[in-house]
Design a protein around this ligand. Structure first.
Ligand SMILES: C[S@@+](CC[C@H](N)C(=O)[O-])C[C@H]1O[C@@H](n2cnc3c(N)ncnc32)[C@H](O)[C@@H]1O
Length: 199
Protein backbone atom coordinates (compact mmCIF):
# COMPACT_ATOMS: atom_id res chain seq x y z
CA UNK A 1 0.00 0.00 0.00
CA UNK A 2 1.29 3.45 -0.88
CA UNK A 3 1.38 5.67 2.16
CA UNK A 4 0.66 9.33 1.57
CA UNK A 5 3.16 11.74 3.10
CA UNK A 6 1.79 13.28 6.28
CA UNK A 7 0.74 16.91 5.96
CA UNK A 8 2.39 18.96 8.67
CA UNK A 9 0.29 21.79 10.01
CA UNK A 10 3.10 23.65 11.71
CA UNK A 11 6.10 25.05 9.90
CA UNK A 12 9.61 24.37 11.14
CA UNK A 13 11.53 27.53 10.30
CA UNK A 14 14.67 26.31 12.05
CA UNK A 15 14.84 23.32 9.70
CA UNK A 16 14.08 25.62 6.73
CA UNK A 17 16.98 27.97 7.53
CA UNK A 18 19.37 25.10 8.35
CA UNK A 19 18.86 23.86 4.79
CA UNK A 20 19.63 27.24 3.16
CA UNK A 21 23.11 28.30 2.02
CA UNK A 22 24.41 31.87 2.06
CA UNK A 23 24.57 31.84 -1.75
CA UNK A 24 20.91 30.77 -1.94
CA UNK A 25 19.85 33.50 0.52
CA UNK A 26 21.71 36.22 -1.38
CA UNK A 27 20.50 35.15 -4.83
CA UNK A 28 16.88 34.68 -3.70
CA UNK A 29 16.85 38.01 -1.82
CA UNK A 30 18.37 39.86 -4.77
CA UNK A 31 15.64 38.48 -7.10
CA UNK A 32 12.78 39.19 -4.68
CA UNK A 33 14.06 42.68 -3.82
CA UNK A 34 13.22 43.81 -7.38
CA UNK A 35 9.50 43.16 -6.96
CA UNK A 36 9.51 44.89 -3.56
CA UNK A 37 11.26 47.94 -5.00
CA UNK A 38 8.58 48.23 -7.68
CA UNK A 39 6.02 48.80 -4.91
CA UNK A 40 8.17 50.82 -2.51
CA UNK A 41 9.88 53.40 -4.76
CA UNK A 42 8.74 56.99 -4.31
CA UNK A 43 6.63 56.47 -1.16
CA UNK A 44 8.59 58.98 0.90
CA UNK A 45 9.04 56.43 3.67
CA UNK A 46 11.65 56.79 6.42
CA UNK A 47 11.05 53.94 8.89
CA UNK A 48 10.41 50.37 7.82
CA UNK A 49 9.65 47.13 9.66
CA UNK A 50 9.93 43.68 8.11
CA UNK A 51 7.80 41.10 9.87
CA UNK A 52 9.51 37.69 9.84
CA UNK A 53 12.72 39.22 8.51
CA UNK A 54 14.68 35.93 8.41
CA UNK A 55 18.38 36.58 7.74
CA UNK A 56 17.57 40.20 6.85
CA UNK A 57 19.37 40.27 3.53
CA UNK A 58 16.24 41.08 1.48
CA UNK A 59 15.36 43.98 3.80
CA UNK A 60 18.97 45.21 3.77
CA UNK A 61 18.98 45.43 -0.05
CA UNK A 62 15.72 47.43 0.04
CA UNK A 63 16.67 49.67 2.97
CA UNK A 64 20.06 50.54 1.51
CA UNK A 65 18.58 51.34 -1.87
CA UNK A 66 15.75 53.53 -0.48
CA UNK A 67 17.48 54.95 2.61
CA UNK A 68 15.13 53.37 5.15
CA UNK A 69 15.79 53.12 8.87
CA UNK A 70 15.19 49.38 9.21
CA UNK A 71 13.82 47.14 11.96
CA UNK A 72 13.23 43.39 11.67
CA UNK A 73 11.13 41.23 13.95
CA UNK A 74 11.92 37.52 13.82
CA UNK A 75 11.85 34.62 16.27
CA UNK A 76 13.93 31.85 14.74
CA UNK A 77 17.43 31.31 16.24
CA UNK A 78 19.01 30.00 13.01
CA UNK A 79 17.64 32.99 11.06
CA UNK A 80 19.29 35.23 13.67
CA UNK A 81 22.65 33.45 13.25
CA UNK A 82 22.35 33.93 9.48
CA UNK A 83 21.49 37.60 10.01
CA UNK A 84 24.80 38.07 11.85
CA UNK A 85 26.62 36.32 9.01
CA UNK A 86 25.00 37.71 5.84
CA UNK A 87 23.39 41.03 6.70
CA UNK A 88 23.94 42.59 10.13
CA UNK A 89 22.02 45.68 9.07
CA UNK A 90 19.26 47.44 11.01
CA UNK A 91 17.72 46.67 14.38
CA UNK A 92 16.90 43.00 14.96
CA UNK A 93 14.10 42.32 17.43
CA UNK A 94 14.13 38.65 18.40
CA UNK A 95 10.45 38.12 19.20
CA UNK A 96 7.17 36.57 18.11
CA UNK A 97 5.64 39.31 15.95
CA UNK A 98 2.18 38.69 17.46
CA UNK A 99 3.66 39.91 20.78
CA UNK A 100 5.76 42.80 19.43
CA UNK A 101 4.81 46.17 20.97
CA UNK A 102 7.26 48.85 19.71
CA UNK A 103 7.23 52.34 21.22
CA UNK A 104 6.58 53.98 17.84
CA UNK A 105 4.81 52.81 14.67
CA UNK A 106 6.61 52.49 11.30
CA UNK A 107 5.91 54.28 7.99
CA UNK A 108 5.97 50.97 6.14
CA UNK A 109 5.43 47.43 7.50
CA UNK A 110 5.96 44.52 5.14
CA UNK A 111 6.43 40.76 5.05
CA UNK A 112 7.58 38.39 2.36
CA UNK A 113 6.72 34.72 2.75
CA UNK A 114 5.06 34.70 6.16
CA UNK A 115 1.23 34.63 6.13
CA UNK A 116 0.91 31.73 3.67
CA UNK A 117 2.21 29.34 6.33
CA UNK A 118 -0.88 29.71 8.52
CA UNK A 119 -3.45 27.12 7.39
CA UNK A 120 -6.44 28.98 8.90
CA UNK A 121 -7.72 32.11 7.15
CA UNK A 122 -8.65 33.64 10.51
CA UNK A 123 -5.03 33.36 11.64
CA UNK A 124 -3.79 34.91 8.37
CA UNK A 125 -6.20 37.83 8.86
CA UNK A 126 -4.92 38.19 12.42
CA UNK A 127 -1.34 38.31 11.09
CA UNK A 128 -2.27 40.94 8.48
CA UNK A 129 -3.95 43.01 11.20
CA UNK A 130 -0.71 42.91 13.21
CA UNK A 131 1.06 44.45 10.17
CA UNK A 132 -1.58 47.20 10.09
CA UNK A 133 -1.45 47.85 13.82
CA UNK A 134 2.31 48.52 13.64
CA UNK A 135 2.10 50.89 10.67
CA UNK A 136 1.47 54.63 10.35
CA UNK A 137 0.91 54.66 6.56
CA UNK A 138 1.66 51.60 4.43
CA UNK A 139 1.52 47.81 4.60
CA UNK A 140 2.89 45.48 1.93
CA UNK A 141 2.44 41.71 1.83
CA UNK A 142 4.11 39.28 -0.57
CA UNK A 143 3.14 35.61 -0.91
CA UNK A 144 3.95 32.80 -3.37
CA UNK A 145 1.64 32.67 -6.37
CA UNK A 146 -0.50 29.76 -7.48
CA UNK A 147 1.00 29.10 -10.90
CA UNK A 148 2.05 25.94 -12.74
CA UNK A 149 5.72 26.79 -12.22
CA UNK A 150 5.43 27.24 -8.46
CA UNK A 151 2.94 24.40 -7.83
CA UNK A 152 5.01 21.78 -9.62
CA UNK A 153 8.60 22.94 -9.11
CA UNK A 154 8.91 25.25 -6.09
CA UNK A 155 6.01 24.48 -3.74
CA UNK A 156 7.27 23.62 -0.24
CA UNK A 157 6.63 19.87 0.33
CA UNK A 158 3.51 19.14 2.39
CA UNK A 159 5.33 16.79 4.75
CA UNK A 160 7.66 19.66 5.69
CA UNK A 161 5.04 22.26 6.46
CA UNK A 162 1.99 24.11 5.22
CA UNK A 163 2.33 26.67 2.42
CA UNK A 164 -0.68 28.25 0.74
CA UNK A 165 -0.23 29.35 -2.87
CA UNK A 166 -2.29 32.41 -3.75
CA UNK A 167 -4.38 33.66 -6.62
CA UNK A 168 -4.33 37.43 -6.85
CA UNK A 169 -8.01 37.78 -5.87
CA UNK A 170 -7.50 35.67 -2.73
CA UNK A 171 -4.74 37.90 -1.40
CA UNK A 172 -6.73 40.99 -2.31
CA UNK A 173 -9.74 39.57 -0.43
CA UNK A 174 -7.75 38.81 2.71
CA UNK A 175 -6.18 42.29 2.74
CA UNK A 176 -9.55 43.97 2.33
CA UNK A 177 -11.14 41.75 4.99
CA UNK A 178 -8.31 42.75 7.33
CA UNK A 179 -9.35 46.38 6.80
CA UNK A 180 -6.68 47.59 4.37
CA UNK A 181 -7.05 49.79 1.28
CA UNK A 182 -5.31 48.41 -1.82
CA UNK A 183 -2.90 50.81 -3.57
CA UNK A 184 -0.75 48.87 -6.01
CA UNK A 185 0.04 45.33 -7.24
CA UNK A 186 3.31 43.77 -8.39
CA UNK A 187 4.50 40.26 -9.22
CA UNK A 188 7.45 38.23 -10.42
CA UNK A 189 7.76 34.55 -11.38
CA UNK A 190 7.50 33.45 -7.76
CA UNK A 191 5.48 35.98 -5.80
CA UNK A 192 2.60 38.41 -5.82
CA UNK A 193 2.41 41.44 -3.57
CA UNK A 194 0.14 44.34 -2.73
CA UNK A 195 0.98 47.72 -1.33
CA UNK A 196 -1.87 48.90 0.91
CA UNK A 197 -2.76 51.96 2.94
CA UNK A 198 -4.06 52.06 6.48
CA UNK A 199 -7.68 53.23 6.28
C1 LIG B 1 10.09 33.09 4.27
S1 LIG B 1 10.80 33.69 5.73
C2 LIG B 1 11.03 35.36 5.31
C3 LIG B 1 12.40 35.63 4.93
C4 LIG B 1 12.70 37.05 4.54
N1 LIG B 1 11.57 37.71 3.93
C5 LIG B 1 13.85 36.99 3.57
O1 LIG B 1 13.58 37.03 2.36
O2 LIG B 1 14.98 36.85 4.02
C6 LIG B 1 9.55 33.89 6.94
C7 LIG B 1 10.13 34.20 8.31
O3 LIG B 1 9.07 34.54 9.21
C8 LIG B 1 9.47 34.11 10.50
N2 LIG B 1 8.30 33.99 11.36
C9 LIG B 1 7.23 33.18 11.18
N3 LIG B 1 6.35 33.34 12.20
C10 LIG B 1 6.88 34.28 13.02
C11 LIG B 1 6.45 34.87 14.25
N4 LIG B 1 5.28 34.54 14.81
N5 LIG B 1 7.24 35.83 14.81
C12 LIG B 1 8.41 36.18 14.24
N6 LIG B 1 8.88 35.64 13.08
C13 LIG B 1 8.12 34.71 12.50
C14 LIG B 1 10.14 32.78 10.26
O4 LIG B 1 10.97 32.40 11.32
C15 LIG B 1 10.90 33.04 8.96
O5 LIG B 1 12.23 33.39 9.18
Amino acid sequence: MIQKAKIRKDFDWTEFWQERTVTWIKAFSWYESKVCLRLFKGLGVKTCLEIGGGPGYLAKLIAQKLGYKLTLVENDPVAYKLFKKVSNFGKYVFKDFFKYKPKAKFDLVFSFGVIEHYPKRTKRLEAIKVHASLSKKYVAIFVPKDSFLIRYFFHYPEDKGFEKLYHRQELEGELKDAGLKIVKFAQNLHAIGYLCKIK
